[in-house]
Ligand binder design. Structure first.
Ligand SMILES: Nc1ncnc2c1ncn2[C@@H]1O[C@H](COP(=O)(O)OP(=O)(O)O)[C@@H](O)[C@H]1O
Ligand code: SF4
Ligand SMILES: [Mg+2]
Length: 392
């Protein structure tokens, strides 16, 4: 009996799950690995041509031996051309998996997009990334969309010189360029990210550079093919605070000069405040609030309690307070999500209804969407609000 109520999974059960998983993932993998797929199969139309990407009800799962992890559970948001969209939330909320889905860089075969669309605007046409075969995606990756990871050494190969690595990316997408032209473009990219002695750096190895310099090189690698979109996944988290500020400034400057849109992923709302035009707040694989940055930071009348919690846990000059208020508890395990609102067990405004029903993402005003039964701050703090005590 005790076993039945616990998270215990027998070896037999695990074998059964893994057999079922293999069946599902094999089918999805086969679809992705097809050769000679006509473009018409993954062509689509943007709902708004002013967007470079439209995530539409995206579901991405990891088919593990202990169960299916719904890492991204119905995510929808848009990235307008030339804008920075900040994606924020605690660790494990599905921020990276959302962006890895767009790049088709999920850890396969366990990680798979199971439904939804990711519409990518290429200017003259649009593709649905979820339907693109691997080969077609290879032409897009690094060229139309590129990615900057948290740890620069994930993107740099320690045994090759910086110049060689930059040249390789340019050659991959620009077969027509001569060796001299390729080198000139690499050196130009190194200059663009504010590194003096670009020619010298071109001949160096990654280990000869500091952490901040390496991250600048990774940014240069992301920019070198003039992408329409750059995904920056916690690009400053591994850096010292002073270097962090320099990299953020550099990215803001580059956004202005290159016109590329940016998805800026971070757990830090303070960084979002510096960078983003629009914000998507994620919790347990879902978007719980979406609004322009000024709405999120303006202390307006509506907000999601999770966003409110994130705001209270960062130091802010305009709010006089002796202590920061952390959000109680932790993000639930993806295989043991609570019933009703997923934020319920940590929410100070949780009611009986929240424990039983799951709220939908609803339009609250012209430019704000919130997934909460009680988005209005005044109402949920009033005496009439029937909150219940939740154990943290
Ligand atoms: N390779 C994987 N296998 C199984 N689960 C994974 C894998 N990668 C991520 N996940 C799960 O997906 C969820 C979202 O992860 P992630 O997108 O990396 O979070 P974030 O970037 O917001 O910190 C987490 O619950 C994580 O445990
Ligand atoms: S629906 Fe209820 S539990 Fe969920 S965030 Fe809103 S108030 Fe909190
Ligand atoms: Mg992450």
């Amino acid at each position: 009996m005790a076993r039945k109520n616990s998270n215990f999974i027998s070896a037999r059960e695990s074998r059964r799950i893994s057999k079922e998983n293999a069946k599902i993932t094999r089918k999805l993998d086969k679809q992705l690995s097809r050769k000679h797929v006509p473009e018409s199969e993954y062509m689509t139309t943007m709902h708004d041509s002013g967007n470079v990407v439209e995530f539409d009800d995206l579901h991405t799962c990891f088919f593990t031996d202990v169960g299916t992890v719904k890492a991204v559970d119905g995510v929808s948001f848009n990235i307008p051309v030339g804008k920075t969209v900040g994606v924020v939330g605690e660790s494990g909320c599905g921020k990276s998996v959302t962006s890895l889905s767009l790049m088709q860089l999920l850890q396969r075969p366990t990680g798979q997009i199971v439904s939804g669309e990711i519409r990518l605007n290429l200017g003259d046409k649009a593709y649905d990334v979820t339907k693109m075969p691997i080969r077609a995606m290879e032409k897009i990756r690094g060229n139309v969309v590129s990615m900057i990871f948290q740890e620069p050494m994930t993107s740099l190969n320690p045994v090759f010189r910086i110049g060689f690595q930059l040249d390789e990316i340019i050659k991959l997408h620009n077969h027509e360029l001569s060796d001299e032209e390729v080198k000139a473009r690499s050196v130009e990219a190194i200059k663009m990210v504010g590194i003096p002695d670009a020619e010298g750096i071109y001949n160096r190895y990654p280990h000869e550079l500091s952490g901040g310099m390496r991250q600048r090189i990774v940014i240069a690698m992301a920019l070198v093919c003039n992408p329409r979109l750059i995904i920056a996944d916690e690009p400053t988290t591994a850096l010292d605070v002073t270097i962090q500020a320099q990299i953020l400034k550099l990215m803001n400057d580059l956004k202005r000069t290159t016109g590329a849109a940016i998805i800026f992923i971070t757990h830090d709302l303070g960084v979002i405040n510096e960078m983003a035009d629009d914000v998507a707040v994620m919790y347990c694989g879902q978007v719980v609030e979406q609004a322009p940055a000024e709405v999120i930071f303006q202390n307006c009348e509506n907000s999601h309690p999770y966003t409110e919690g994130l705001m209270l846990s960062i130091p802010r000059l305009e709010i006089e307070s002796d202590r920061l208020e952390p959000i109680p508890g932790t993000v639930p395990h993806p295989l043991a999500l609570p019933k009703g609102c997923k934020f319920g067990p940590r929410c100070k405004y949780c009611t009986q209804k929240c424990m039983e029903q799951e709220p939908e993402l609803k339009k609250i005003s012209e430019n704000q969407m919130i997934r909460c039964f009680y988005p209005n701050k005044e109402e949920r703090t009033s005496a009439e609000h029937q909150k219940i005590t939740v154990n943290h």
